[in-house]
Design a protein around this ligand. Structure first.
Ligand SMILES: NC(=O)c1ccc[n+]([C@@H]2O[C@H](COP(=O)([O-])OP(=O)(O)OC[C@H]3O[C@@H](n4cnc5c(N)ncnc54)[C@H](O)[C@@H]3O)[C@@H](O)[C@H]2O)c1
Ligand SMILES: O=P(O)(O)OC[C@H](O)CO
Length: 333
């Protein structure tokens, strides 16, 4: 299977490393011509994971999206959710016909608040059977350093999910395959919101004891949301909450210093404005967009989500973080 990657941030670069380390030839869509020229000359991405060098014989770079999509059987999406719609709308509605689309984005489409599979189904008529999700606790920076990591590949077509996972499996990357393609995506969206909240707590100088209680309550809230959501969306299926795509990703994003969401939240807890934190981070914290999308989505779902709601209200309605956390403290078990 010929693989294509859409995006040039940290995660796209990490996934390109894994695929090319395994000897796969890839087509890679990079938006910026200067970044392409730099990579052709210097063999690494000048902005993200700069220590990762590529065998340029294995990498075909292009800023023409249609070209990359046409050349790929398996298309990996790794653009932050806030830009995904702008990127995908460059394609014709037939462009994804017959393709396997592998979503590595941990987010909802801002505005419509759709899961990526629902968005691709609406715009490109992509059946869920051709759609796969990559989730799990995995920071691009650790992939760059070849530290042992685990990724989960989910899809209704388990055999195809397995063959995609096999393209990524190697000595530093273990893969897990399941059919829970909706649940793992929602868990990934939620954990970004909770990690941002963990960062806020850290910025407010709560300690490790509180953080462990906070994460416990977030994990329960995540399950409550998925349980309520699943009642109206039977395709959501059953979820193994103790698997690494659920609990593991929540833990790594709340605890790791690599986490963009935690770092962003930490600045908010310390008193930065959203704008100032965005400028300082210079990377995308998905939890910021997710908090709004999830808040709106939950108006229909109706799950009890005090933590996600507090994060949304702090970021989007200027609620004082200290006051929000004082209110949360009382409800934790
Ligand atoms: N970084 C990780 O460790 C990691 C791990 C798993 C999943 N993810 C997910 O991967 C996705 C991508 O995140 P990332 O960490 O690679 O982001 P990043 O912050 O490293 O990169 C941001 C990317 O967005 C691009 N960009 C900026 N403005 C744009 C625009 N207007 N249009 C199109 N692209 C634009 C930049 O060129 C860059 O490629 C997110 O959904 C994230 O949750 C990231
Ligand atoms: O750096 P974060 O917080 O965006 O998280 C990245 C990955 O989703 C961790 O699995």
């Amino acid at each position: 299977m010929k693989a294509g990657i859409i995006g040039s941030g940290s995660w796209a670069t990490a996934l390109a490393k894994i695929l090319t380390d395994n000897g796969n030839q890839i087509s890679w869509w990079i938006r910026n011509e200067d970044t392409i020229r730099y990579m052709q000359l210097r063999h690494h991405n000048r902005h993200y994971l700069t220590s990762v060098y590529f065998d340029t014989n294995l990498v075909k770079l292009s800023s023409h999206l249609e070209e990359v999509v046409a050349a790929s059987d398996v298309l990996v999406l790794a653009v932050p959710s806030a830009f995904l719609e702008d990127v995908m709308l460059q394609l014709s509605p037939e462009a994804l016909q017959g393709k396997k689309v592998v979503n590595a984005v941990k987010g909802l489409v801002p505005g419509s608040n759709l899961l990526i599979n629902d968005y691709l189904s609406d715009i490109f008529d992509l059946p869920l059977e051709q759609y796969y999700a990559i989730t799990g606790p995995c920071h691009a920076e650790e992939v760059a350093n070849e530290k042992l990591s685990y990724l989960t590949f989910s899809g209704l077509q388990e055999a195809a999910a397995q063959s995609i996972a096999d393209m990524f499996t190697n000595s530093y990357l273990q893969t897990i395959v399941n059919r829970d393609v909706i649940g793992v995506q929602l868990a990934a969206v939620l954990k970004n919101i909770y990690a941002l909240g963990a960062g806020i707590a850290h910025g407010l100088e709560y300690g490790d004891n509180f953080l462990s209680v906070y994460i416990t309550n977030c994990f329960r809230e995540m399950q409550q949301f998925l349980d309520v959501y699943g009642k109206d969306h039977t395709e959501a299926g059953t979820h193994n909450y103790n698997a690494s795509a659920y609990l593991g990703d929540l833990l790594v994003t709340c605890y790791s210093l690599h986490s963009r969401n935690r770092t962003f939240g930490n600045m908010i807890g310390k008193g930065y404005s959203v704008k100032a934190a965005q400028l300082e981070l210079n990377m995308i914290a998905e939890g910021y967009y997710a908090s709004k999308s999830l808040f709106e989505k939950n108006m229909e779902v109706g799950a009890y989500m005090p933590v996600a709601q507090a994060v949304y209200t702090i970021l989007w309605q200027h609620l004082n973080p200290r006051e929000a956390f004082l209110a949360l403290e009382k409800g934790f078990i």
